[in-house]
Design a protein around this ligand. Sequence first.
Ligand SMILES: [Zn+2]
Length: 169
Amino acid sequence: MDDALFVKAAETTGRDCARLEVEIHAKNGELARNKAAAAALSGLRRAWSDTYAGKYGAHWFFVREYKIHNYASGRRHIDYAKFWVAAIADEPAKARDLAAQGKIALGEIADAKSVPCPSCEHPAPVVGRYEQTEDSWDGDTWETEIAALCLHCARLVNLGDDHKAVFCT
Ligand SMILES: [Zn+2]
């Protein structure tokens, strides 16, 4: 009796481990996607007031237009026109003040370039992130990401990256 129980336990436990690993892998993926969307959604509300864009954390913005340049050297550069939306800003009045002084650009979510969400096909506004990813004596590394942010499934879909190193020496 115990022998049969032993064999059964060995089989089911192995199977359970494999199933749990698959489930955990899927959940980790879901968590990472949610964290990315949450970071974009909160960043878009407050990054209009960043004093040093991208130096101390991700600088998020809405993108009116963008163009990705791919050079023969393999180097890539992204040009973009950024803006924020006062109605969803953490401090709308202050954002409007800065815009009146010509310091930041404001618009409506509908002004952002849009692309169809790959999951639900609703038009998703294009957003961007600019951030210092490394700060060292050898040189700083900055990163630009252009992504679509679907507000229906709260999902961020990458549309292009530009990794650039700015050397201090
Ligand atoms: Zn969607």
